[in-house]
Structure formats: C-alpha cells, structure tokens
Design a protein around this ligand. Structure first.
Ligand SMILES: Nc1ncnc2c1ncn2[C@@H]1O[C@H](COP(=O)(O)OP(=O)(O)OP(=O)(O)O)[C@@H](O)[C@H]1O
Ligand SMILES: [Mg+2]
Length: 258
C-alpha cells in the first residue's frame, strides 16, 4: 500500500479505513496556444498580425494525498489555484502529466457541465438523467416525485430547461445526480448558485452520501458550506498543496492569507 502523506491528526483511525482515492505526486500541465497581437510598423494598412506560440501552464505541481471511505473533503484555494484541475484529474477527464491517481471505483463528477438537454422540459431531463445514471424507467418513475421535491422546482418542471435560472438548473442537476448512491462523488461549486435553503438541503444530502460509506469532494469558496459538510480540508495554492487536515485549522490558515 502507498504511504499516506497526511499529518497524524487527520489520519486518526485511517489505518483501519479503506483508502478510496490515492493521489501521488500529481502534476498536470496544460499546453495552450497563446495568441498575442503584434502590431508593428511593418504591418501594412494597420493589420494586426497574430503570433502563435505554445505556453505551458503548470496547473498542479506534485499533489499527494489519500482519501478514505467516509471522508468528506473540502477543497479550497484562490481562483486558478488548481482545484477544478485536481477534480477533473481524479475523474480521469484531465490526464496527469506526471504522477499517478488510483481510485477504487469510477468517481462521479457533479459539475457545471453535466449533460442535460436545454430544449427539453425538466421532466424529460429527469428521465434522461436517470437513464444515464443506469436506472430503469420504472425506477426513475418511482423516484420522480422525490427528485422534483428535492429540486424544489415543481411549478416549472414542464417548461424547457433553457428557461430555468442558473440556480434552478443547478438544483435539478444536483437532485438527479444524487439519487444514486455514489461511492466517490465530486461536487465542484454546484451548490454556489443555490439559495440558502437549497444549500442546506444539498449539504444534508452530501452528509448522507458520506455516511453511506461514500467519499465526497466538495470544491467551494463558501467556508460555511465546507465547515458544515467536511471532516477534512485540502488547501491548494498555485498548484501546490498548502495544507491538509482539520477544517477549522486549514480554513483559519487560508483566511489569514487573504
Ligand atoms: N483547459 C485548460 N487549458 C489551459 N489552462 C487551463 C485549463 N483549465 C485550467 N487552466 C489553468 O490551470 C490553472 C488552474 O485552473 P483551475 O480551473 O484548476 O483553478 P480553480 O482552483 O478551479 O479556480 P476557480 O476557483 O476559479 O474555480 C489556471 O491557471 C488556469 O488558467
Ligand atoms: Mg474551479
């Protein structure tokens, strides 16, 4: 087994708990084309010439940690620090440039990009979303009322989703995605657009998933959501792991730098 890199106070009973995600010296680099405008006197007629060159963005620089079952891990850090990159790497959407990631099952990402079909009604999307999660039509019908209630958008459920506000869309996505019990669930800012009441409800749902032996990663800029949901916090800054441990301690250290 891979050695744990956590501090002793967070590992606690970790020895007896099952490791679910192991991230080892993870590096992610993005190669991007930078297009710079170069306006020189040689430009005829004032036309701008575009110079194309590749730039490498080193988004993650050697991240290591182990997540155990029943862990609910908050992921914090400033904008552009690498949180979403780390989550996408864990789900396998973004390849590692160096290092390794081991997961005991395929993580599900509940993100801004979840596939819902905008011209279709909320109702049709509940059915499609359920099918995509592997439920049969009968099983979805059985859960339909619960999903709609949880999302709290009943008066709009027969309207096309393109007419929904971003908060309403996020609520429906969350309600659909969490009907399944996920072994590893990644929530990247999905709760941010919900109102207070919905946030409380979804936090409760996250705690349930965690209690069902699931492992949850919650990326958020809301320290309140993190405190209310997580037993552990990982703080990333400029692609490096700053701290990994008790939520109150890590949040306090993070807030001191802001
Ligand atoms: N697809 C991409 N192509 C190139 N660079 C990217 C890509 N995605 C992210 N980056 C870069 O990687 C770095 C980390 O971005 P990331 O989205 O992981 O940050 P984040 O911590 O999730 O930020 P935020 O809090 O704003 O969501 C940034 O410098 C960003 O510009
Ligand atoms: Mg992000």
């Amino acid at each position: 087994m891979v050695a744990s890199t956590e501090s002793p106070e967070t590992s606690g009973t970790a020895e007896e708990r099952r490791p679910v995600v192991v991230v080892q010296d993870l590096h992610v680099e993005y190669r991007v084309f930078a297009t710079g405008k170069r306006a020189t006197e040689a430009d005829r007629g004032g036309l701008l010439r575009r110079a194309k060159r590749t730039r490498t963005v080193h988004a993650l620089k050697g991240i290591s940690f182990t997540a155990y079952e029943n862990d609910s891990i908050g992921v914090i850090g400033s904008n552009g620090s690498g949180k979403s990159t780390l989550m996408r790497a864990i789900t396998g959407l973004t390849p590692a440039t160096r290092g390794a990631i081991y997961a005991s099952s395929r993580p599900s990402m509940l993100g801004v990009g979840a596939a819902l079909i905008k011209p279709l009604s909320g109702q049709r999307n509940v059915i499609l979303g359920g099918l995509a999660l592997g439920f049969s039509k009968a099983e979805i019908e059985e859960r339909y009322e619960e999903i709609v209630d949880f999302a709290g958008i009943r008066p709009f459920i027969d309207l096309p989703m393109r007419t929904y506000s971003s908060g309403m869309t996020a609520r429906l996505k969350f309600a659909i995605a969490t009907i399944r019990n996920h072994e590893i669930l990644i929530v990247d800012e999905a709760l941010a657009v919900g109102d207070r009441k919905f946030r409380k409800r979804s936090e409760q749902r996250i705690r349930e998933i965690r209690d069902n032996a699931g492992t949850v990663f919650l990326v958020s800029h809301s320290m309140q959501s993190i405190r209310d949901t997580c037993n552990r916090v990982i703080w990333i800054e400029k692609g490096e792991l700053m701290m990994d441990g008790d939520p109150d301690e890590v949040i306090a250290a993070y807030e001191e730098t802001r």
